[in-house]
Design a protein around this ligand. Structure first.
Ligand SMILES: NC(=O)c1ccc[n+]([C@@H]2O[C@H](COP(=O)([O-])OP(=O)(O)OC[C@H]3O[C@@H](n4cnc5c(N)ncnc54)[C@H](OP(=O)(O)O)[C@@H]3O)[C@@H](O)[C@H]2O)c1
Length: 341
């Protein structure tokens, strides 16, 4: 590559590069033709060293705001815990950087929901109105000029991709039941006995029913209105990665397979990372794990008055890092698939 190419490349930093999502992000961005990775950071308490043992060529530095400023990034990915992103993103925006945040710190529009669902008050609640919710397939021009992108949660991505094309036909008087199962990497790399091998192996359990912070995000982005009875139940699968959501909905009037297929085709015909299976075929985790793709299948029931929809993706990719790169590509005017296929 000649010097002018290098100069025109986007200067990118990743904070949280040593985490599960951050390491995926590092690996993807390292093969991005239009990017210069100018800095990778772990937390300030971790010594300088490889991002992960599998990526020994990428060295992460202990985080400090001075080191980040010195690297002069134009765009910063935050693959950090919610409170860390909430504190850091405003500082970076004030310095003129653009931010793609993989945490939930900027996903909810209503500031008063943060103490309840996330356990902290937002210091800069005005940014919640500015943040672009980066469910890429539903973003149009807004990513191009976005300063702050709130990358969606992994469970919400699987559910919203499955339901958004059908909201026009969903009966809001019947429960919309979203029964989702995630591999254990969804919890990040923190040490916790609940995520230990001994607790997970041979086990399967539901958790945080009625209290999971992805629930308000799903409600907000479904746009079904406050009264629609949406039920979200998360489960912990004894696998490393992948999410499978089984979603039960009723329709206001009987639907045909063709009508549902048409609705999905309208939504995703030009979406490079969403694949809708023929009616009656259901997707499986193994076909999407380690890919940036979501897959959706459906089965009509009860004369077309109800449907079961199954949606699968890799929580660390379409549920986190690869969706963040789709958003980055759109923000910078690069092909959406750059570095992803
Ligand atoms: N895991 C998923 O499937 C998934 C999916 C969608 C979104 N997310 C969200 O993405 C974010 C990252 O998730 P993850 O699962 O990748 O987390 P993780 O594996 O726990 O990694 C967290 C990263 O943040 C760094 N970090 C922690 N505190 C920091 C601080 N004060 N300053 C700078 N860096 C700090 C950690 O550095 P050390 O290595 O030094 O600890 C590590 O690199 C979270 O907000 C999570 O909710 C995760």
């Amino acid at each position: 590559m000649n010097e002018s190419n290098v100069k025109s490349r986007k200067r990118v930093a990743i904070v949280g590069a040593t985490g599960y999502s951050g390491a995926e992000l590092t690996a993807i961005m390292a093969r991005h033709a239009e990017v210069e990775l100018v800095a990778l950071f772990s937390s300030s308490s971790t010594a300088r060293g490889p991002v992960t043992p599998t990526l020994p060529q990428f060295i992460a530095e202990p985080f400090s705001i001075d080191a980040l400023i010195a690297a002069q990034p134009e765009i910063v990915f935050l693959a950090t815990p919610n409170e860390v992103s909430a504190g850091l993103a405003p500082q970076l925006l004030d310095l003129g950087m653009r931010v793609i945040d993989l945490s939930g710190a900027f996903r909810l529009e209503e500031p008063s929901m943060y103490p309840t669902w996330y356990g902290f008050d937002h210091e800069r609640p005005n940014l919640l109105g500015e943040a672009v919710y980066g469910l890429t397939e539903y973003c149009n021009g807004e990513l191009k000029n976005a300063r702050l992108v709130a990358n969606p949660g992994c469970y919400p991505t699987s559910i919203l991709l499955a339901l958004r094309p059908l909201t026009f036909a969903i009966d809001r008087e019947q429960p919309v039941i979203c029964d989702s199962k995630s591999g254990v990497s969804g919890a990040g790399k923190k040490a916790d006995v609940n995520f230990s091998f001994a607790e997970l192996f041979g086990n399967f359990k539901a958790y945080s029913v009625g209290q999971h912070r992805h629930e308000p995000e799903i409600r907000q982005q479904l746009h079904l209105g406050d009264r629609a009875p949406v039920v979200f139940v998360a489960h912990l699968l004894p696998v490393h990665r992948g999410i499978l959501s089984t979603i039960h909905i009723g329709f206001t009037h009987p639907m045909s397979e063709q009508q549902i297929t048409d609705a999905y085709t309208r939504a995703y015909d030009h979406a490079p990372f969403v694949r809708v299976l023929p009616a009656g075929q259901l997707p499986e985790l193994k076909n999407v794990v380690n890919t940036p793709r979501a897959e959706i299948g459906f089965q009509l029931l009860h004369g077309g008055r109800r449907a079961v929809i199954v949606s699968v993706l890799d929580n660390l990719l379409k549920g986190a890092a690869s969706q963040a790169v789709q958003n980055f590509n759109r923000m910078c005017g690069f092909p959406e698939t750059e570095a992803l296929i």
